[in-house]
Design a protein around this ligand. Structure first.
Ligand code: UDP
Length: 312
């Protein structure tokens, strides 16, 4: 298959591109503007005979001359710090970037795969969140360049699928962590591990009672591949249902790093969701997928990787 992958040098994209290249029948074209992606993440790909890298921003028209069978649209700033620092680019990656990549899929009669997010549920009023839930989102809040752009991206994907018979799938990715994250992306896992390893205070925003459910990246990527291989042209939650408070996460990281750091409290950002936990019943039943890596195992691998990065 000839596969176009936008965002292929980012965190999840870099792991996905590696998996896709394991199949020697696949040819991969990675499209990435390197705003939050990193060529270090895809050194294997740059030298690979079945892969091509194109530095391009998805907000601009994309032309690929070879045949394209499959389009993955993952490109976007995705951490609250990254999308707050790049608000217009994030808005355009989710909106224009989705229209442009859908146009590419339409032109080539290719299948389409949209990376959406648990952020489409906003600050959810039900828990766990299943795919039927419409969410509780502030349409013009400080996260709207990301969450509303992703909601638009879902609407665009559904509309193109209905109007032009494009075979399309939508994944809602819940908090994912692991090697290849940007250490300065401001996410809770990277911030707390870097702080613990550097003997700095661990910053908890708010009182730390807000919850998240963390999926190790290999599980998330296995979910993407299970969706890709399936005949279900639908929306799937992919994430780990093990829910914990941010305070519990900080305590776990202190324990696993044997750090003497203290915990300090900072203001909670506006519109920060109070709870988040995926209902993955649908993915279990229809894709036969579920996460395999428990939190301590995933965190230990991530801590080792961050240690190496910090020592560079
Ligand atoms: N958070 C925190 N300390 C940090 C960074 C984040 O307490 O140094 C909190 C943040 O306010 C949110 C949760 O951790 O409640 C997860 O934040 P993250 O940025 O990782 O992702 P989100 O799920 O909000 O997109």
């Amino acid at each position: 298959m000839n596969i176009v992958l936008t965002g292929g040098s980012g965190f999840i994209g870099s792991h996905l591109s590696k998996e896709l290249l394991k199949d020697s029948e696949n040819k991969l074209i990675v499209v990435d503007n390197l705003l939050t992606g990193n060529l270090d993440n895809i050194q294997n790909l740059l030298d690979h005979e079945n892969a091509t890298f194109i530095q391009h921003d998805v907000q601009d028209h994309i032309e690929i001359n070879e045949k394209v069978d499959y389009v993955f649209h993952l490109a976007s700033a995705a951490s609250p710090v990254a999308y707050t620092e790049n608000p217009v680019n994030t808005l355009k990656a989710g909106s224009l970037g989705t229209i442009n990549t859908l146009g590419l899929a339409r032109k080539h009669n290719a299948e389409y795969f949209l990376a959406s997010t648990s952020e489409v549920y906003g600050d959810p009023l039900i828990t766990p969140q299943n795919e039927e839930y419409w969410g509780n989102v502030n349409p013009n809040g400080e996260r709207s360049m990301y969450d509303e752009a992703k909601r638009f991206a879902e609407a665009a994907t559904a509309t193109y699928a209905r109007s032009y018979n494009i075979k399309a799938k939508i994944i809602r990715i819940f908090n994912t962590y692991g090697p290849n994250m940007q250490l300065n992306d401001g996410r809770v896992v990277t911030n707390l591990i870097v702080q613990a390893l550097n003997d700095e205070d661990l910053t908890i925003y708010g009182d730390g009672s807000q919850t998240r459910s963390f999926s190790y990246v290999s599980d998330t990527v296995a979910g993407i591949l299970a969706m890709m291989k399936s005949d279900h042209y639908e929306v799937f939650n992919i994430g780990n249902p093990y829910e914990m408070t941010v305070k519990e996460l900080a305590e776990t990281i202190l324990k696993l790093t044997s750090s003497k750091s203290k915990i300090i409290y900072k203001p909670l950002p506006n519109d920060d969701p109070q709870q988040r936990r995926p209902d993955i019943t649908k993915a279990k039943e229809k894709l036969n997928w579920e996460p395999k890596i428990d939190l301590e195992t995933g965190l230990n691998t991530t801590i080792d990787w961050i240690k190496q990065e910090l020592s560079k």
